[in-house]
Design a protein around this ligand. Structure first.
Ligand SMILES: *[C@@H]1O[C@H](CO)[C@@H](O)[C@H](O)[C@H]1NC(C)=O
Ligand SMILES: *[C@@H]1O[C@H](CO)[C@@H](O)[C@H](O)[C@H]1NC(C)=O
Ligand SMILES: *[C@@H]1O[C@H](CO)[C@@H](O)[C@H](O)[C@H]1NC(C)=O
Length: 235
């Protein structure tokens, strides 16, 4: 039997990949659309380069609503605050001529609900656009197959930021890496994600839990403490 901690360490066997591809085929074939559940909102800002982002705008579904993937309450600290910071950063980059001159960054922000099925559903949507545009660029007839007024939402994302938790990040990474889409995590700290042989399209901006735990132990040892209490908040 595998413990919870071992779950993410195992290599992805082929049946898993087969399931991914089947899921994807369902979604792409529109069969998924007929059983589509809760309609989700996304925030799009047009730009030359589109960055996808996943934030937990809502809490994860309750036991009762899990089967419809109906998310929970609005999550201000982890969702709304981070979206505000993301948009502010985007504005600053776009208005600073010394960073990416003459290139406007756009974004497509979606809700992950801190829940793998929802995050995967949103990732499939991102990938759908990537595949569509790859097919367009593979058209070697020399004609621009993209119409001038075609919807900007179909532009593929250059990369994905998020989602928040390590569990969700690992699942999304398994999917994105099949399509070579880079992913940058802002709060996934699981040390499993440091394994480049498994998660080669993943990078994060926060240190791994391993270092955090080591720093805490070093502190305890240095001060010869024999007893510690920890205080935890959701923020
Ligand atoms: C940006 O665009 C302006 C106006 O078209 C041009 O003068 C300038 O050289 C461009 N800068 C870069 C770095 O391409
Ligand atoms: C490639 O693009 C041209 C021009 O839009 C179109 O006529 C042709 O059918 C496309 N070919 C494929 C294989 O999609
Ligand atoms: C911790 O214990 C060691 C060995 O007894 C002692 O040398 C050291 O000064 C202690 N450190 C602190 C911060 O009290």
């Amino acid at each position: 039997m595998m413990g919870r901690g071992d779950r993410h360490r195992r290599r992805i066997p082929h049946p898993d990949r087969a399931i991914w591809m089947a899921l994807l085929a369902l979604a792409l074939g529109g069969i998924g659309a007929s059983c589509a559940l809760a309609k989700r909102r996304n925030a799009v800002l047009e730009g030359d380069i589109l960055i996808g982002a996943l934030f937990p705008v809502h809490r994860q579904p309750s036991l009762k609503t899990a089967y419809t993937r109906q998310c929970g309450e609005i999550w201000e600290q982890y969702g709304m605050h981070r979206i505000e910071v993301f948009l502010k950063t985007l504005d600053e980059i776009n208005s600073d001529p010394s960073i990416l001159p003459n290139i406007t960054l756009g974004c497509d922000i979606r809700d992950s609900c801190w829940y793998p099925p929802v995050a995967l559903e949103q990732s499939i949507d991102f990938i759908k656009n990537s595949i569509a545009s790859r097919e367009r660029s593979l058209n070697r007839s020399g004609q621009a197959s993209r119409q001038p007024g075609s919807p900007p939402i179909n532009k593929p994302i250059a990369g994905l930021i998020g989602p928040g938790s390590s569990t969700v990040t690992i699942q999304v990474q398994n999917l994105l890496s099949l399509f070579n889409i880079p992913q940058v995590g802002y709060s996934a700290t699981s040390k499993d994600l440091s394994d480049k042989s498994l998660y080669k399209y993943f990078l994060r901006v926060v240190p791994s839990d391993k270092l955090q735990a080591k720093a805490l132990v070093d502190l305890v040892m240095y001060f010869n403490w024999t007893y510690i209490s920890t205080v935890y908040t959701e923020g």
